[in-house]
Write a protein that binds this ligand. Structure first.
Ligand SMILES: Cc1cc2nc3c(=O)[nH]c(=O)nc-3n(C[C@H](O)[C@H](O)[C@H](O)COP(=O)(O)OP(=O)(O)OC[C@H]3O[C@@H](n4cnc5c(N)ncnc54)[C@H](O)[C@@H]3O)c2cc1C
Length: 482
């Protein structure tokens, strides 16, 4: 081999290394996993380096296919999972973080990647704040929801298939109503309404008046048709955390995939999706593939230009897909979890204030104290410097004046992230029965993936992993047909 070629190869590999520099250990790829070049014809290109897209890529490799590439818009992997680095190896999750019973796909993935789990801290009393009022109660790992109402919802949820709510026998009737309409009919006391407002905001990203009843029921259906398995901590979807934070799942997958993950490469346009060769136009060049896995939210698919245009029904589904569910999460860091010594679990629920829910997000050994807050975006200044003291004062009302002096404050507003926009999909009444049919069927060589397309636990990390496995199978089957 000539010296010149050697030098070119060396420079090429330096450029490759720079492109994947944000992925620690990215060089650890299989020997035959060379970096795909522009102009290559690939079997599969995956758009989106979140849990769904990386799971698909990992499965393709496990199936022996090396002709694939992941295109990720941002300079990091993980999508809606993101670790705030707190120093000394500590982290706090800014995005998705918990898993719970029935979420076997993400749990299996964690086991395969050697990522351990631990139980969310909930021992002690939860504090409720309303104006100057403060009450502390031991809820034993629940959110204290109304059992009678929850049982009624469970019964209805059994009739609504989680992955395709529009296929429920009574879909038309249920989809006319919002969760709020339905709750009004239950004659709730005003104080009980507050609890449901917060639950709807936290699980569904919107108030009950804007949340489709059919959609809410499909979420409960995922949780084994048990509302308490969706919206509590113990035995529920908020029960378990990952050592190293949830983003570690994506980081580890990307490490192993090495140069098969191309960062900072937003896909702007897809042409020829109905032809044998699909072209993906990115900021760094054009990539060609036989099949494309769209591992991103429908509203973000809408930001991509399709040539020829997609059929009307799919276009409308993407255009009208609810984006901008305000998802803003903060982290206060303290020297120790001082609230635990007072018999408090660090959980605070505030009625009619900027704080939706504060919870203890300390590391498993409690060696430092971390309180994370979900906040109502519109009620808190967007500047973190102003937001921090306001939130600290609320935490102090709930936990004691030590809360006024955090060592660190982190603030992440997902609505400001152009490649995420929304944390969950707040599906309004009437949406599923009108556009649901366009969610799954592949179009030409496009395969739809991402948590929103999952059969169960859509909207959750588990759903993302499930959708990733399914998309890999779809791609492999399509390649076999060719
Ligand atoms: C604040 C918050 C709290 C949450 N809490 C939980 C929880 O506790 N438990 C739970 O299970 N789930 C939770 N979730 C949801 C969970 O994080 C998501 O369901 C899951 O991470 C989605 O994975 P995904 O791969 O389907 O999509 P994403 O993570 O959104 O990945 C899509 C990727 O596509 C990229 N992309 C977008 N457009 C383009 C383009 N044009 N070209 C290239 N790349 C593009 C994006 O940058 C992104 O990396 C939470 C989410 C948020 C934001």
């Amino acid at each position: 081999m000539s010296e010149q070629l050697n030098r070119r190869r060396f420079l090429g590999s330096l450029a490759s290394a720079a492109a994947v520099a944000a992925i620690p250990g990215a060089a650890v790829a299989l020997p035959n996993a060379r970096r795909p070049e522009f102009g290559d014809m690939l079997d599969v290109v995956i758009i989106g380096g979140g849990l769904a897209g990386l799971t698909t890529a990992r499965d393709l490799r496990l199936a022996g296919n090396e002709s694939f590439l992941v295109l990720e818009a941002q300079d990091r992997v993980g999508g809606r999972t993101l670790n705030h680095e707190l120093g000394n190896g500590y982290i706090s999750e800014a995005g998705g973080q918990w898993i719970g019973p029935g979420q076997t796909a993400v749990a299996d993935l964690a086991r395969e990647l050697n990522i351990g789990t631990f139980t969310t801290y909930y021992e002690g009393k939860t504090v409720f704040l309303a104006g100057d009022g403060r009450v502390a109660m031991d809820l034993h790992g629940t959110f204290g929801s109304d059992e009678k109402i929850a049982t009624k919802l469970d019964e209805l949820a059994r009739t609504v298939p989680s992955g395709a709510p529009w296929k429920a026998a009574n879909a038309a009737e249920l989809d006319k109503m919002s969760l709020g309409d339905w709750l009004i009919k239950q004659n709730l006391k005003p104080e009980d309404r507050i609890g449901w407002n917060i639950a709807s905001m936290l699980s569904g990203g919107t108030m009950p008046t804007k949340m489709g009843l059919l959609h809410f029921l499909s979420m409960i259906n995922s949780a084994n048709s048990r509302y308490d398995q969706l919206d509590s901590i113990k035995d529920s979807a908020q029960e378990t955390r990952f050592f190293g934070g949830s983003q570690i799942l994506s980081i580890k997958m990307a490490e192993a995939l090495g140069e098969k993950v191309r960062l900072s490469s937003p896909v702007r346009k897809i042409s020829g999706w109905n032809q044998d060769v699909v072209s993906l136009h990115t900021d760094t060049g054009v990539v060609r593939a036989r099949h494309v896995v769209m591992a991103l939210t429908p509203s973000l698919c809408h930001q991509i230009q399709f040539d020829p245009p997609l059929p009307e029904m799919r276009r409308e589904l993407q255009r009208r897909w609810p984006a901008h569910s305000p998802g803003r999460k903060t982290a206060h860091v303290y020297a120790k979890p001082f609230w635990r010594e007072k018999g408090l679990n660090g959980h605070i629920i505030q009625a009619n204030g900027p704080l939706l829910w504060a919870y203890d997000n300390s590391p498993p050994d409690g060696s430092i104290g971390v309180i994370n807050c979900f906040v109502t975006q519109s009620m808190l200044p967007s500047d973190p410097k102003q937001a921090e003291p306001m939130l600290s004062a609320i935490l102090a009302q709930g936990l004691g004046e030590e809360a006024l002096r955090p060592l660190q404050f982190h603030d992440h507003d997902w609505g400001q992230d152009p490649w995420i926009i929304s944390c969950v999909s707040a599906i309004p009444p009437g949406f599923w029965t009108r556009y649901g049919e366009a969610l799954h069927p592949p179009l030409g060589n496009l395969i739809w993936s991402g948590t929103e397309t999952a059969d169960i636990w859509a909207g959750y990390m588990d759903g993302a992993v499930r959708s990733g496995h399914r998309a890999a199978l779809q791609a492999l089957q399509a390649l076999r047909r060719v």
